[in-house]
Design a protein around this ligand. Structure first.
Ligand SMILES: [Zn+2]
Length: 426
C-alpha cells in the first residue's frame, strides 16, 4: 500500500544516518576545482548508486570545455527514473566540484567528521550535503509507492565554481534542460532550509589598462606614468561610480540586504615594471597599469548601460587629462536570472517548507551567481530555483559544515515539493 505524506516524512527521518553517510562519502572524494580532481570517480559513485535503484544513468563528458583533459575529464552524470505514466519532469541538479580547502582548518577538510550534530568538511555545505539530501529525497519518494507520474532526474555536474562551462552550460547547450524534457529544477545550493532562492544578480568582469611611456625614473617628465593615470581612474570611481552604484537598489530580494545595491569591486591592480629581483626595483616610469573590475549589476540595469557607464568615465578622462590612453577588455559576463515567484517550483517549495518546518519561508536572491543562469539563459527553462541545506556564509570557508538536522529537513522539503510538482493538476 502506498504511503501517506506523513509516512514519507517518517521514512526520511529513518534514513538520517544514511543521509549522513552519503554526504560523508561524497566529501571524501575530493573534487577540488581547479583543476577538477576526482570528477569521474564522483560521477560514477553517484551513477552506480542510482543505477542500482532503477535509474537510467548517462555520463556526459564536457569534452573540449575549459580544463577538460584525459587527466581531468569533465564528467557529468544524469540519472532519470520514469514514473508510472507520462507527465512532467522534476530535476535536481547539484555541482560536484568544491573549491580548494585553503588554510585554517581544525581537522582534515576531506575527512567529513561528525561533531555536535554537524558534518565538517570541504563541500559539506557547498554543496554535497544538498546533493545527498536531494538523492535521499528522490529515492525515498520512489520507494514510498506514492503515485509519481512523469519523471524524476538527478544530475551531478562539474565546474560550477569556475563558471559551469563543462557542466550545466554544456548540458544545456545540448538540450538536457530543454523545456518539455525537464519542467522544474531545484538546485540544492546552501541557501538555508527556510529560504527559497529565485535568482541572482549579474556579473561583468573587465580588465582596464592605462597606458604610459617608459622613461628613466629620475626624469619622469620624459615619460608618462600609467600608474598616475590609473590613480585618476580610481579617484573617479571613488567619487562618481561607486556612489552612483550605491544609490541604486534592486527590487530583487537579495540577501544579505547590503547586496541589494549595485556594486563594483577592484579585484586586482598591477602596474610598472616587474620587481623580479628582491630589493632592486627598476627606476622606470610605468608604461602600463592594469586593474580587474568585478561589477555586480541588478536585474534593473541592462548590461550595455553597465559597460557604457564605465566607458563614459574613461572617455571623460581622455578628454580632460593630457596623455590619458586606455584599453577596456571584457573578461566574463553573466546576465541576472530570476524565476517567477508565482511559478510552480517556487510555490511548491514554499508550501513544502511551511508543511515541514511549520514556519513562513523567505523568498531570496543570491548576491553571486550559480548554475541557474545556464538553465535559464541557455536551456530557456525559467522554472528553476536554489533550495538546500547549509548557510551560504560558510561556503568556501575553513571549517565549513552542514547541520544534520538541516540535511534531513531539506530532504523532506525536496521530497514534498517534488511530489506536489509531479502530481500538479493530476
Ligand atoms: Zn555551490
Amino acid at each position: 500500500m502506498a504511503d501517506s505524506l506523513t509516512a514519507l516524512m517518517d521514512r526520511i527521518d529513518a534514513r538520517a544516518d544514511e543521509l549522513v553517510a552519503l554526504t560523508q562519502d561524497l566529501v571524501r572524494i575530493p573534487t577540488v576545482n581547479p583543476p577538477g580532481d576526482g570528477y569521474r570517480a564522483c560521477a560514477e559513485f553517484l551513477g552506480d548508486r542510482l543505477g542500482r535503484r532503477g535509474f537510467a544513468v548517462e555520463y556526459v563528458r564536457g569534452a573540449g570545455s575549459p580544463g577538460d583533459s584525459d587527466r581531468y575529464p569533465r564528467t557529468n552524470v544524469i540519472a532519470r527514473r520514469e514514473g508510472h505514466r507520462p507527465g512532467r519532469c522534476v530535476h535536481f541538479n547539484g555541482h560536484i566540484d568544491v573549491v580548494e580547502a585553503g588554510r585554517g582548518w581544525s581537522a582534515d577538510p576531506f575527512s567529513a567528521e561528525v561533531r555536535d550534530g554537524r558534518i565538517y568538511g570541504r563541500g559539506t555545505c557547498d554543496m554535497k550535503g544538498g546533493l545527498a539530501a536531494a538523492i535521499i529525497a528522490v529515492e525515498t519518494l520512489v520507494e514510498s509507492g506514492l503515485p509519481l507520474p512523469g519523471a524524476l532526474e538527478i544530475s551531478g555536474t562539474v565546474d560550477e565554481e569556475s563558471g559551469g562551462y563543462g557542466g550545466v552550460a554544456y548540458l544545456a547547450e545540448r538540450g538536457w534542460f530543454r523545456p518539455g524534457r525537464v519542467d522544474h529544477v531545484i538546485i540544492p545550493e546552501p541557501l538555508n532550509v527556510d529560504r527559497v532562492c529565485i535568482g541572482h544578480r549579474g556579473v561583468w568582469w573587465a580588465e582596464l589598462e592605462t597606458k604610459g611611456r617608459i622613461a628613466h625614473g629620475s626624469m619622469p617628465f620624459l615619460g608618462e606614468s600609467a600608474v598616475r593615470h590609473m590613480g585618476a581612474v580610481l579617484e573617479r570611481f571613488e567619487h562618481e561610480l561607486l556612489p552612483a552604484l550605491a544609490a541604486r537598489r534592486t527590487a530583487m530580494p537579495v540577501v544579505p540586504a547590503g547586496a541589494r545595491e549595485s556594486s563594483c569591486n577592484i579585484n586586482s591592480i598591477h602596474g610598472g615594471q616587474p620587481e623580479e629581483h628582491a630589493g632592486l626595483p627598476t627606476p622606470c616610469v610605468a608604461d602600463s597599469c592594469r586593474i580587474v573590475i568585478d561589477r555586480r549589476f541588478l536585474i534593473e540595469e541592462p548590461l550595455p548601460g553597465v559597460k557604457q557607464e564605465v566607458r563614459a568615465i574613461l572617455e571623460r578622462l581622455a578628454q580632460s587629462r593630457s596623455g590619458f590612453r586606455y584599453e577596456l577588455r571584457d573578461l566574463f559576463e553573466v546576465l541576472p536570472a530570476m524565476a517567477d515567484p508565482d511559478g510552480p517550483v517556487v510555490q511548491a517549495t514554499l508550501a513544502a517548507v511551511r508543511e515541514v518546518l511549520g514556519r513562513e519561508p523567505e523568498i531570496v536572491c543570491s548576491p553571486g551567481t550559480y548554475d541557474q543562469k545556464h538553465i535559464e539563459r541557455i536551456g530557456k527553462l525559467k522554472d528553476c530555483i536554489a533550495y538546500g541545506p547549509g548557510i551560504l556564509d560558510l561556503a568556501h570557508q575553513p571549517d565549513e559544515f552542514v547541520a544534520i538536522e538541516d540535511l534531513v529537513a531539506s530532504a523532506k522539503v525536496m521530497a514534498r515539493a517534488a511530489h506536489a510538482l509531479l502530481n500538479r493538476g493530476a
